[in-house]
Design a binder for this molecule. Structure first.
Ligand SMILES: Cc1ncc(COP(=O)(O)O)c(C=O)c1O
Length: 390
């Protein structure tokens, strides 16, 4: 079979193997606790579903502009301004895609090419390196440690820039670590990017799930120069429990938006018209609509930390955002893949090995599940660790 080098070079998603095995066990009737989920366990709110049903009934079932309806782009422009103090023109500087993942993929296609390097702080979301490779460019990882809460520093960034460095991907709050950059840290990073003319792709998909007191900062809001170098990516998947609807978007320069538009014109065309109507309803809702979901996530985070605190062999970094806790398991097993597999086989608890995130001494546990299941799952892990630790 003549499979392209490009496709052969892509590494399959490491999160899928465990998820598939967990599903298998569940189908066999096992009582599986799922800490593997990368999505909210809540149902999409009713008012959003109703907007989608109304869109179908009103006949909004045709093609829309490939970069999304004017109404949705206007709502996104308002969101950027209200929440992030960013001014993106809805007609020329905003593109709606089939999920933030799609926006990020298209952006890599537009921003970089062979010989270019894209800086990726590690641990990283599994798809970044593959998207970069698919664009022909090379990912260059900036290693971080738990000591710096898995954050890069401005000095480290500056030292990592080579003549081929074109862009930096920043993800705050982070999947898999839950780390959130402060305004001061972002200012320092922005300064380096401006000085060295490095593009920033700021993946803000978990923006609405920040538990720290400090208000969320978008790096592009820190001055005109960094605004001009930044593409701000976001979407409705995580904030509104809408992962299956596939609506993401970005704000960036006219030139970038126009070029992404060309790619969408000839590949996916528009994201589903019905999902766009649903996203419009979501973005138009009062800000406190999200408080209940966020409050539950925060409570679950506190519960999972309390449970993990009783296992001395496992440490973690305090997650200030998203719904993940990144656990150091180096005192527990050989490597993350075999440890996660053993835990699943022995206890029916599914966790994601850190290897795919560039951190083989870690496992990612998602707390997008109920308090009862968190307590049950961690107590099974605690028992397993007692019996199996080195
Ligand atoms: C860091 C990060 N960015 C982007 C995405 C993609 O989100 P979407 O569902 O909008 O494609 C995810 C989803 O898991 C993610 O974790």
């Amino acid at each position: 079979m003549p499979i392209s080098k490009r496709a052969k070079n892509v590494v399959a998603s490491s999160t899928l193997a465990i998820t598939a095995r967990a599903k298998e066990l569940k189908a066999q009737g096992c009582d599986v606790v799922n800490f593997a989920a990368g999505e909210p366990d809540f149902d999409t709110p009713d008012f959003i579903k109703k907007a989608a049903i109304k869109a179908i009934e009103d006949g909004l079932t045709k093609y829309t502009p490939s970069i999304g309806t004017v109404d949705l782009r206007k709502a996104i422009s308002k969101k950027f301004l209200d929440d992030n103090n960013l001014k993106y023109d809805p007609t020329s500087e905003i593109v709606v895609s089939c999920g933030a993942k799609h926006s990020l993929y298209n952006l890599m296609q537009v921003l970089v090419e062979e010989k270019d390097e894209v800086l990726v702080p590690a641990p990283y979301w599994v798809s970044y390196p593959e998207m970069i490779k698919l664009s022909g460019a090379t990912p260059k990882f900036l290693e971080t440690t738990s000591g710096s809460q898995f954050k890069i520093t401005a000095k480290q960034l500056e030292e990592s820039i080579s003549p081929n460095t074109k862009a930096l991907i920043l993800n705050s709050p982070s999947n898999p670590t839950g780390t959130v950059y402060t305004k001061t840290e972002l200012k320092d990073i922005a300064q380096v990017c401006v000085k060295r003319n490095i593009f920033v792709v700021s993946d803000e998909i978990y923006e609405k799930l920040c538990y720290a007191k400090e208000p969320y900062t978008s790096i592009a809001s820190l001055g005109k120069e960094i605004f001009d170098l930044t593409v701000t990516v976001n979407g409705v998947s995580k904030a509104y429990a809408m992962t299956g609807w596939r609506i993401g978007y970005f704000g960036g320069s006219k030139e970038i938006a126009q070029n992404v538009k060309k790619i969408q014109d000839h590949s996916t065309s528009n994201p589903s018209s019905i999902s766009q109507a649903a996203a419009l309803a979501a973005l138009g809702a009062p800000p406190d609509t999200l408080d209940a979901m966020k409050g539950k996530f925060q409570k679950r985070r506190d519960v999972i930390m309390k449970c993990l605190d009783k296992i001395p062999e496992i440490s973690y970094i305090y997650p200030n955002g998203a719904f993940y806790i990144f656990c150091n398991i180096s005192k527990v097993g050989e490597d993350s893949v075999s440890t996660a597999k053993k835990i699943l086989d022995d206890t029916n608890v599914a966790c994601i090995p850190g290897k795919g995130f560039g951190a083989d001494e870690y496992m990612r546990l998602s707390f997008a599940t109920s308090v009862e299941r968190i307590e049950e799952g961690i107590s099974r892990i605690a028992k397993w660790v007692k019996e199996n630790s080195k």
